[in-house]
Design a protein around this ligand. Structure first.
Ligand SMILES: [Zn+2]
Length: 249
């Protein structure tokens, strides 16, 4: 785990390998923390390295309800903000009350100001139905969260595939100079385009295999499905192929 200051007072907690990334801003009002890793212990380790305590956190933002993004939420007692679909999904997972967002928004885009920071929260869905991404217009920092897995096969189970592709394409609307993925390290537009292409290739392969009348079981292993040189976590390929087959008509 490494903490990188990618722009003044904008920090990226870069967790290598399988780890999940979190992000925080040092503002004149206190820390704005975005996601809390997979556990209380992991989140404590981030804070030790970063040099802040739970009481220093002015605002917690949750990008989506997957367990590896909300595991440390119970450490924080202040304002916890998320799209209302995050709250709904966390409720469905039986998350404890002190882990849930206590302030939600319903609009596709919510802009907030904290100290000198302007933060846009953009609800996209895609990776999961509650996915929200962040844009810091002054710093030109884009945080696609789990819309972007950099350097590894994405986790696709439970995704909305077509919406995910559209959301990745829409990222090009932001004149970002820094791109911070949910998994992986500092990213480029190429990383975004490669992931969108992986999805399109997977859909095309699924269409062809379905047209050939293959059963789901046979088709899931088929070499027609895309592979990407250099991507880690090949263990996800088969489950992803299943998603391509399920979500392709
Ligand atoms: Zn996720």
């Amino acid at each position: 785990m490494e903490i990188k200051e990618v722009r003044p007072n904008v920090f990226f907690v870069d967790a290598p390998g399988a780890g999940v990334n979190v992000y925080f801003l040092r503002t004149s009002k206190g820390i704005v923390l975005i996601d809390t890793t997979s556990s209380v212990e992991e989140m404590r380790a981030v804070m030790d390295l970063a040099g802040f305590r739970p009481a220093d956190v002015h605002l917690l933002i949750t990008t989506h309800a997957d367990g590896d993004h909300v595991g440390g939420n119970s450490l924080f007692t202040g304002t916890s903000l998320a799209h209302q679909s995050v709250l709904a999904r966390m409720g469905a997972f039986d998350r404890a009350l002190n882990e849930l967002p206590n302030e939600t928004f319903d609009d596709p885009i919510k802009t907030i100001t904290v100290g000198e920071f302007e933060i846009e929260l953009i609800y996209t869905g895609g990776h999961k139905p509650d996915q929200t991404i962040l844009w810091l217009p002054k710093q030109k920092v884009l945080i696609p969260s789990d819309l972007l897995f950099q350097g590894s096969y994405p986790f696709m189970v439970g995704c909305q595939l077509e919406r995910w592709i559209e959301a990745l394409e829409s990222l090009h609307e932001y004149p970002a100079e820094v791109i911070l993925p949910g998994h992986g390290t500092l990213s480029t537009w190429e990383d975004i385009d490669r992931l969108a292409q992986y999805f399109r290739d997977g859909i095309n392969a699924a269409r062809e295999l379905k047209a050939m009348g293959l059963t789901m079981e046979d088709a899931g292993q088929d070499p027609a499905f895309p592979r990407v040189d250099g991507w880690e976590r090949e263990g996800r390929i088969e489950a992803n192929n299943g998603v391509f087959l399920q979500q392709t008509v």
